[in-house]
Write a new protein. Sequence first.
Length: 406
Amino acid sequence: MNQNTLPDKKTTWLLRLYYFAWVGAPGFIYPFLNIFFTRQGLNGQQIGLVTAASSLALLIASPFWTRWSESSRHPRRVLQAALILSGLGWIVLGRQDLFGWIFIISALRTIPAAGIWPISDDLALRLQGSSRAGYGQIRLWGSVGWAVFVLVSGWLIERSGLSIGFLSTGAAYCASALILFFLPGLESRPRQTRQETQAASQPSVLQSLWASPALLGLGGMLILTGIGNSGVLQFETVYMDDLGAREALIGVAGMFSAAVEVPGMLLADHFIRKHGHDRILLLSLILHVVMRVMVFVWPSIPVILFSRLFNGIAFSLYMVAIVVTITNHALTSQRGTMLAIFNVTLPGLVSILASPLSGAIYDAMGGRVLYLLAAIGYLVGWLGLRFTQHLPPRGMPGLPPSPAPD
């Protein structure tokens, strides 16, 4: 499909259905994953080690999957393989009850999962015919899927146990792979030229990254906020369990944020066009600071639920602004690798460093202090980003011309 050609309605709806299934798939178990670990006898530090091992696998595997997809004549098969293997990994993980096997299977499960997000986002941007606009209108269907699946999972798990969540996640990933058969534009494609291959190589991508102050600032922000927010990401559901929340309520909490993301993604597209991705990204960071401070000051289930609602808007602005920032500062041939670096590699590296420490802090001090650390992380990230970004004058169009297609 030509970069400037708009997709037909069938393609758009199939792409939305695909995002509904694959983004929603982990909603069956992810809100309950650390509860599963604690019920299998793992402490906070062990959970942190499991997370770090998974992140290390993610860090190593993500560039491999991205390069394979970009160089393959059959990118559909690459993405389908990643989806099916990831789904099977979730099913096997749900049958483990010893720390050693949980540690190993969690890391192995992450290897195929590493390629799904960057390849899927690059697919969406390519099939939409524009790297700059409309991503939120596709990504919101992932939020719809997450909201539906996480709500259903709470009800199922209360009646059938946590194992049903792992099985449902695996089935949803396999269903996503089937949907790809019906998406046009993923058939075999010609081999890359020598120039295209060289531009997409890892040294060329890193050289482009190093030469872009905007992308360097974005990377620094992701590192700072990732370190600060690591504990909340890992242990919020466990903290809710500590506060007395039932599985169904934890499922509802996971649904809250995703439900608000649906209009939030549409608003993000609109606000970015009007105000620019730089300002919207900075705004999203301030919103995250407010959320974390709220829970730290008033630690209770109702406040956590309210913060989840608030998070739907903040995350929508944050997610879409990051994707637009990357695509506006990356060459077309490097876009998939850049997405992998910022959405997979950097978060994975941060998780390796921060997850064991977050687990130790949770064991020693409980869940409340993690929200204070998260607020500090987002605030420092805002300061770093603010002083590395050159904001356009107010009233200037938010979306500059697309980068040259090489």
